[in-house]
Write a protein that binds this ligand. Sequence first.
Ligand code: AP5
Length: 194
Amino acid sequence: MFNLVLFGPPGSGKGTQSENIVKTYDLRHISTGDLLRDEVSRNTALGVEAKKYMNQGMLVPDEVVIGMISSKIDGSADARGFVFDGFPRTRTQAEALDKLLEFKNTEIHLVLSLEVPENDLIARLVNRGVTSGRSDDTEEVITARIKEYHLKTEPVARYYNEHGKLERIAGHLPVAETFKTLAKNINKYLLPVT
Ligand code: AP5
């Protein structure tokens, strides 16, 4: 099993590159943002609670997200591995993920951190907001999301760096070029299936 964390601030390309990685390496994609938006769209109790945080650009409480991830991992016993996109976002989440994977006799092998200048992030997300229908793609909420990233999520990069698992990737280049660099790093662990 090979487990990858695709890390980076809002708009750095985690979702875009996850799609390419999942297809190329036959991995299972777990995006907490997508899972939460699905709960919101189905108006579940979890979704109603999560929406309050998401609409303000704040992180949803750890226990909610960790519970969601746990059941997703349990439901994918036959997977070749996972791409975690937008998770973990706090040190508590990172430690919980380590425990969940240890229980399955596996671990996080690699963390690829997409590095993109802040002006580019804002421009990408404002631009996406025109068509996405995402209620958190407004300039005010984007600024709050980036602030939350610096405050709570950046320490997760330090956590993985201490464990020798972090690689920083230039994410400001076109999608295909960035993917080539990501693939070069993944190929050290896993061969492409396509
Ligand atoms: P989430 O859905 O995870 O959003 P995010 O991390 O804020 O960022 P995005 O998904 O919007 O950006 P991305 O990095 O995936 O970039 P993308 O590929 O889409 O989280 C949303 C909310 O849910 C959070 O604010 C929080 O409330 C909650 N949440 C989620 N996970 C949580 C957790 N673990 N704990 C607590 N709360 C959680 O690209 C963005 C745009 O740029 C697209 O239009 C794309 O086409 C474009 N683009 C991509 N790459 C390039 C490129 N190389 N060049 C030019 N344009 C590009």
